[in-house]
Design a protein around this ligand. Structure first.
Ligand SMILES: Nc1nc2c(c(=O)[nH]1)N[C@H]1C(S)=C(S)[C@@H](COP(=O)(O)OP(=O)(O)OC[C@H]3O[C@@H](n4cnc5c(=O)[nH]c(N)nc54)[C@H](O)[C@@H]3O)O[C@H]1N2
Ligand SMILES: Nc1nc2c(c(=O)[nH]1)N[C@H]1C(S)=C(S)[C@@H](COP(=O)(O)OP(=O)(O)OC[C@H]3O[C@@H](n4cnc5c(=O)[nH]c(N)nc54)[C@H](O)[C@@H]3O)O[C@H]1N2
Ligand code: SF4
Ligand SMILES: [Mo]
Length: 738
């Protein structure tokens, strides 16, 4: 028997709509959903493999507990009892002695979106870590200081811009990040076809640069200097134009002053970009009809990540491109309120124990997790919870972090694989496969280039007796709160809903202000406690039905009636509603960020070093560190190679395909060389996410093509000071024949 199911792909931020053909209860084929108004049939090779992920025999179906150094299958009751025995004494002695690490797939998981926050709250620890500090934290900090909220991140209005400047991102391969747009390749092609210009700044001539009008090679880590010089030119050439944003922006004169020293001549030796070229790039950007700058991993995971994240939006603003079609615009998630309550964004409300690093968004830098585990004293981390994360491979100085994980007294992981990280866990709680859970992009709607809403029901029912991920995380939270492993989590979820309703009816800004809580609770739809929480969230968002206030508005039921999703059209200007700083303006020159300019000036003035610098790269067929166990995605030509320019290769005596040793103070790896002029001289590149050569994992495919872990080379000793982000690009390395 054949049938068809529709759902959003959870593997990357493009959020493509999938059409899944099922035959006899199994996935037969996955195609792009052509009826999806947002993705219009686009998908990449990873999206076709959700059935293979579901069927992967290595994917855990039952919990594992470590006994005598080996992981053995146990019942769910035994597993949760083991968690209770491991966590409860630690928490009773000191809440901070238990840390939690939240990995990337949480943001693609609607169950986690509802259940992780209560878990963190129940733990009550300040040792909260996430993939954000090895990724995009600088952008949150810049957005928080400029617009008042760390999630007020403008996205490039791809479909209407006439000039796109991309720095340190390769969306043709990554399909974009902090800018949700299915089919970047097609959208970039359309930009060129309508006469628009694409400029790519990257040490590598990437697949995106191949499609550009211009590739600008840059020395790693120097983008903020390039951007500040471009802003300098905007002021020097009298090209300043704030457009319609003018009444909402303050601090322009301060910026004008601050960029004065950053002349194109001053930054040229540092960036490796010629002064005339910087002037031309700035003028072309400023005089384009509609232009937008967009920066990602290569601009964020570097020593001046927050300055770069800020400078991108300063350039957008001073050229009149903030909040206008074709420029940098703000999406508006259906479940969010019309506007957020005013609040000044702050960091450093508490600090890490060992290195005194400031909190950002209530978390601490992953780069200091190993310090907190290995440094004795009051508040030492002795227990760890990981949810959907693989920091052994993804965090800096992976070698040291793995040694730290081995020292923990207790570790529990919510994860479908026994991998490089979870092999250290005492208990592994496997969630069901993505095809067994619903999907809704709570996070990525706020970062989309069109407003839309899509709900997907599970493709397969849950196997009897298995908890879903909402229930797993809720039970962990109950254990952390001291309620023991057997409490009725459904009743807890319902109690949460009741208290949410009670809060909302007393909030004058809520669409259900002054309503009768009992009436609202009677109207909430959905079958499970999770669905009821979700229905409530959607209906109280700005596109919700407000429980009758707007009969046309969204409910879970209405979302369900649109399996291909609902498109709300292109983004619309909304700056006054976005700004939530108590000043009521966009702060173009936040003191908290400008404070870091002298450090950049010192770096510019120091003589550039001649040594090789390592940068990372992503690959179309793998997602971060965890899809390498899918045969069709990793078979074929060796993918984990060190890219090096022919001049550097010749100088070092390295031939194509020969083995090279790449070395830093932290560690070394041996990897085949790929000699290519697609990388600038002085820079080498390794893909990230590999290194599946560890004992004690259950990754039968990945371990046959392990590759090397580039994070054995990165260091956790320094972080970007404003955001706590790790430094993962521009690493000084030595390369020699192995
Ligand atoms: N050198 C270098 N390091 C980097 C980067 C880089 O560019 N260079 N990139 C950084 C970036 S951008 C990121 S986002 C991080 C990612 O860092 P992490 O989030 O730590 O790593 P992932 O590889 O995404 O790990 C995902 C884990 O979640 C599990 N998982 C998958 N699906 C689910 C699910 O539905 N539920 C649960 N519970 N678990 C699931 C997988 O088995 C895997 O163990 O790495 C960062 N590290
Ligand atoms: N296929 C695939 N897609 C993915 C992922 C994946 O692993 N695989 N991961 C997802 C995740 S979690 C994320 S965060 C996104 C990331 O999305 P992107 O940021 O687009 O990802 P990368 O391919 O890492 O691109 C970073 C680029 O920065 C360049 N770079 C390095 N250092 C510098 C520098 O100092 N300056 C400049 N200008 N460039 C520099 C690198 O050469 C590289 O081309 O991708 C997502 N999509
Ligand atoms: S680009 Fe690929 S991995 Fe990303 S959402 Fe689309 S199909 Fe999934
Ligand atoms: Mo990421």
């Amino acid at each position: 028997m054949t049938s068809t199911a529709y759902r959003t792909c959870p593997l990357c931020e493009a959020c493509c709509g999938l059409e899944i053909t099922l035959e006899d209860g199994r996935v037969k084929v996955i195609r792009g959903d052509r009826a999806d108004p947002f993705s219009r049939g686009y998908l990449c090779p990873k999206g076709t493999t959700l059935g293979k992920l579901h069927d992967d025999p290595d994917r855990l179906r039952r919990p594992l507990v470590k006994r005598d150094g080996r992981h053995v299958e146990v019942s769910w009751e035994e597993a949760f009892a083991a968690v209770d025995r491991g966590l409860t004494p630690l928490l009773a002695a000191d809440r901070n002695s238990v840390a939690i690490y939240l990995g990337n797939p949480n943001v693609h998981n609607v169950h986690a979106a509802f259940a992780v926050r209560p878990l963190v709250k129940a733990l009550g620890t300040r040792n909260v870590y996430s993939a954000s500090t090895i990724d995009q934290m600088p952008k949150h900090v810049a957005a928080g200081h400029m617009f008042g909220h760390p999630l007020a991140i403008p996205v490039p209005d791809l479909d209407r811009t006439q000039h796109l400047l991309i720095l340190g991102a390769n969306p043709v391969v990554s399909n974009g990040s902090l800018a949700t747009a299915p089919d970047w390749p097609g959208r970039l092609k359309a930009l060129r076809a309508r006469g628009g210009r694409l400029v790519v700044v990257d040490p590598r001539r990437t697949e995106t640069a191949d499609r550009a009008d211009e590739w600008v090679p840059i020395r790693p880590g120097t983008d903020p200097a390039l951007l500040l010089a471009m802003i300098h030119v905007v002021f020097a050439d009298d090209l300043l134009d704030l457009g319609d944003a003018a009444p909402h922006v303050t601090g322009v004169e301060v910026v004008a002053d601050a960029v004065r020293p950053f002349t194109p001549e001053a930054v040229a030796p540092f960036t490796g970009v010629d002064p005339d070229r910087i002037r031309r790039l700035a003028r072309q950007f400023a005089t384009a009809d509609r232009a937008v700058a967009y920066g990602r991993i290569g601009t964020h995971t570097v020593p001046f990540g927050t300055l770069a994240a800020w400078a991108v939006d300063v350039l957008n603003t001073v050229t009149g491109n903030l909040d206008r079609p074709g420029g940098a615009m703000f999406a508006h998630a259906a479940h969010d309120p019309v506007r957020r309550p005013p609040r000044r964004f702050r960091t450093g409300r508490f600090r890490s124990r060992v290195r005194n690093l400031p909190e950002v968004l209530n978390e601490l830098p992953v780069a200091t997790l190993a310090d907190e585990i290995t440094t004795p004293g009051e508040g030492q981390v002795r227990g760890l919870v990981t949810v959907a994360g693989n920091p052994a491979l993804t965090a800096p100085d992976g070698g040291r972090l793995e040694r730290a994980l081995a020292e923990l007294e207790f570790m529990v992981s919510v994860d479908p694989y026994l991998n490089e990280t979870t092999r250290h866990a005492d208990v592994i709680l496997p969630p069901p496969s993505v095809l067994e859970r619903p999907h809704y992009d709570l996070q990525f709607q706020s970062l989309s280039i069109r407003n839309h809403a899509r709900w997907s029901d599970p493709v397969f029912p849950l196997e009897p007796g298995r908890p879903d991920e909402f229930q797993i995380l809720s039970r962990l939270a109950a254990i952390a709160a001291g309620m023991g492993p057997e409490v009725d989590t459904d009743a807890l979820a319902e109690a949460t809903l009741v208290s949410m309703v009670q809060t909302a009816v007393t909030d004058p800004n809520s669409p259900i202000a002054d309503r009768d809580p009992a009436e609202i609770l009677g109207m909430v739809g959905g079958e499970s406690p999770f669905e009821r929480l979700f229905d409530f969230r959607i209906r109280t968002g700005h596109r919700g039905d407000g429980f009758g206030a707007d009969p046309e508005g969204l409910t879970l039921e209405r979302l369900r009636a649109h399996p291909h999703g609902i498109d709300f059209g292109p983004l619309t200007p909304r700056l006054p509603d976005v700004v939530s700083d108590p000043d009521g303006t966009v702060r173009l020159a936040p003191a908290e960020i400008l404070e870091d300019l002298p450090r950049l000036r010192r770096a510019i003035e120091a003589a550039p070093s001649n040594g090789l610098r390592l940068v990372g790269r992503r690959q179309l067929r793998t997602a971060n560190s965890w899809t390498h166990n899918i045969e069709v995605l990793v078979k074929g030509k060796e993918a984990c190679t060190l890219q090096i320019h022919p001049d550097d290769a010749a100088r070092l005596g390295l031939e194509d395909a020969a083995a090279a040793r790449v070395q830093t103070e932290r560690g070394s790896v041996v990897v085949p060389v790929e000699v290519t002029d697609r990388i600038m001289p002085g820079v080498v590149s390794l893909p990230y996410g590999w290194g599946h050569d560890r004992e004690g994992t259950r990754l039968s495919v990945a371990s046959r093509r392990p590759g090397v872990n580039m994070n054995l080379l990165t260091s956790s000793a320094e972080v970007e000071p404003l955001s706590g982000n790790a430094i993962l690009n521009g690493i000084p390395v030595e390369v020699a024949p192995a």
